[in-house]
Write a protein that binds this ligand. Sequence first.
Ligand SMILES: Cc1cc2nc3c(=O)[nH]c(=O)nc-3n(C[C@H](O)[C@H](O)[C@H](O)COP(=O)(O)OP(=O)(O)OC[C@H]3O[C@@H](n4cnc5c(N)ncnc54)[C@H](O)[C@@H]3O)c2cc1C
Length: 544
Amino acid sequence: MKLPHNVSQADFKAALREFANIVGDQWVYTSDEDLELYRDSYSILWGEADERTASAAVAPDNANQVVELVKIASRYRIPIYPIATGKNLGYGGSAPAIAGAVVLDLKRMNRIVEIDERHGYVVVEPGVSYFDLYNHIQEKGLKLWIDVPSPGWGSVMGNALDGGVGVTLAPYRNHFEAHCGVEVVLPNGRMMRSGMGAMPGAKTWQQFKPGFGPHVDGLFKQSNYGVVTKMGFWLMPAPENFVTGTVKVPKYRDLIALVDIIGKLEQSKIVQGLWNLSSPTTGTPPFAAHDAGAPPEPVDPAIEAILNDPAGVDMDRLDVTAQSKGLAFWACDFNFYGPEKLIKVQWECVCDAMRAIPGATFKLGAIRSLPLSPEDQAKTRDLGPFGIPTLKTFDLGPMFSYEGEDVVGHIFFSPVIPRTGEAAIEAMNLFAAIGRKYKLPGPPLQFPSTIFERAFLFAVGLPVTRSPAVNAKLRDIIRELVAVSAERGWGEYRTAPAFYDLIMGTYSYNDHALREFLETIKDAVDPNGIMSPGRYGIRSHHVR
Ligand SMILES: Cc1cc2nc3c(=O)[nH]c(=O)nc-3n(C[C@H](O)[C@H](O)[C@H](O)COP(=O)(O)OP(=O)(O)OC[C@H]3O[C@@H](n4cnc5c(N)ncnc54)[C@H](O)[C@@H]3O)c2cc1C
C-alpha cells in the first residue's frame, strides 16, 4: 500500500475506514487498477521516482460529505487533492501535485444547482462538465450560451479554477473572470461563501462580484486554500448572428501596426470576439475557419523552401517572396456576435481603423443566423466559437515521434507576453530558434494567441514520451524556455505540477514577497498542510 508522506500505515488504514463510513466503501479507491486512472497520462515524470501518484482516491456525493472528509484528513494529517472532472491534460491530468496525496474526486457532485436565464448565470457543482451544461441548456430551451475550452469533457469549475480559457466573447472566455461567487470548504472543515453569498438568504450572490470587504475569490484560483463545492458563472445571452471578417495586411512588420490598432478597438469594446492571427504564407487555413470541408490551400514551392529551411525561417526572405507572389503576410479573422446591424457597424469600424495600413484588404464572410442547424453544425470545422462543446481537438493530427520515442501527449509551456507586434515577433523568433535547436516537432511558424484581452498568450505544446531519458531532456528544454522568458519579463500563466516550483520561483520580486504572502495565508488557513500541498508552489511551513 502506498502511503502519504509521514503517515503511518495504521493511521492511513483508520482514515480510509472513516472515509468509507462517510461515502460508502464503493467510493474509496485503493487498488492499483483504480489508482492507475489517477495517473497523469501526459506526465513528463512518467514511471520516475518523482511521478506524482495518488495513495488512494475518495469520491463524495455532496458538500456535507466533503466537510466530513476534510475534517478526517485534517485529524490524520493526510494530504488531499481535490479534482473536478480531472481532465487537466497538458497541465497535470487527474494526478495530485505531490506523490502520496489522496485524490478527492468530485465528479459525482455534478448538479446544476441553479440556472437563471433572466440574469444570465448558472451555479454548478464541480462535476458538471461543459457537455452536461450545454445539454441541460438545450433540453430546457434556454436562450443562453456557454464558453468552452477545446476539450468539452472538462469541468466548468475545474477549468476555471486552473485559469482556463475559451474562445467566444472577451468577458466570458476567461473562465475565472466570468465566475461570480464561490462556496468553499476550508481545510479546517468550515464551509464559507464569498461575495454576497456570505449573507444568509442573499438574493444577489451571482450578480455582484465584489461583495463587502476584500474580494477573496482570487485566492481560490490556482491555489490550495480549500475545496470549492459550488461556483457561479455568468453566461452569455444566445446571440442572433455570427460572422467572421478577415483583414489581410501585406508585410511582415505590418504586424506592429495591426496589433496596436486592434488593441485600441478592443480597449474601446468595439472588438470583443476572439481574433485569430494566421499567415497566408503557410497555406494552413486559419484556426477560425468554419468550413469543415475546406482543403488546406497549396503552398507556393518557393515559399515552402523558405518555411522548411533547416536553418530556420528567414522572415525577411519570406516577406519579400510573399509580396512578389501577391500573397499577404498576415490574415486576421475577427469573430462578431449579435444583431446584424450591430455586427455590420463593428466590422465597418474595424475596416475604417485598418485602412491606416497601406495595402490592407477586407472580406466579410456570410452572416450566419443562430442557433446553427444540425446540418450547419456538421459542416463547421470548429464549433468552439459557437459555444458548442466537442472533443474534436483530439483529432488534430496523428501522433508523431520525438528522439525515436512515440509521443503520448504534450505538456504546455504558456508564457504571457506583451500585446505588441514587436513582442510577438521577438517571441516567435526566440521560441522557433529553441524548437529548431532541439528539433522539436511543430509547425514552422507559430503565432501568439489573443485569448486574453490585454496580453498575448503563447501556448506551446511540447511532446511527452514514456522514455525517462527523453522526458528528462524535455524538462531541460522547458527550464530553458522558462529562463529565457523570465529574462525578458515574460511569465507563464499556468503550468503542470512538475514545474510549479520553477515557475513560482520566477515570480520573485523583492525576494519572493508574493510567495511569502501566499504561504503566510497557507499557514493560517491550513496549519496541518493537508490541502493540495505544493499546488502552484504554495506550501505550508512544515513541508517548505
Ligand atoms: C488538446 C488539448 C487542448 C486543450 N485546450 C484547452 C483550452 O482550449 N482551454 C483550456 O483552458 N484548457 C485546455 N486544455 C487543458 C485542459 O484539458 C482543460 O483545461 C481541462 O478543462 C481541465 O480539466 P478539468 O476541467 O477536468 O479540471 P480538473 O482537472 O478537474 O481541475 C483542474 C485543477 O483545478 C483544481 N480543482 C478542480 N476542482 C477543484 C475544486 N472543486 N476545489 C479546489 N480545486 C479544484 C485541481 O487542482 C485540479 O487539478 C487542453 C488540453 C489538451 C490536451
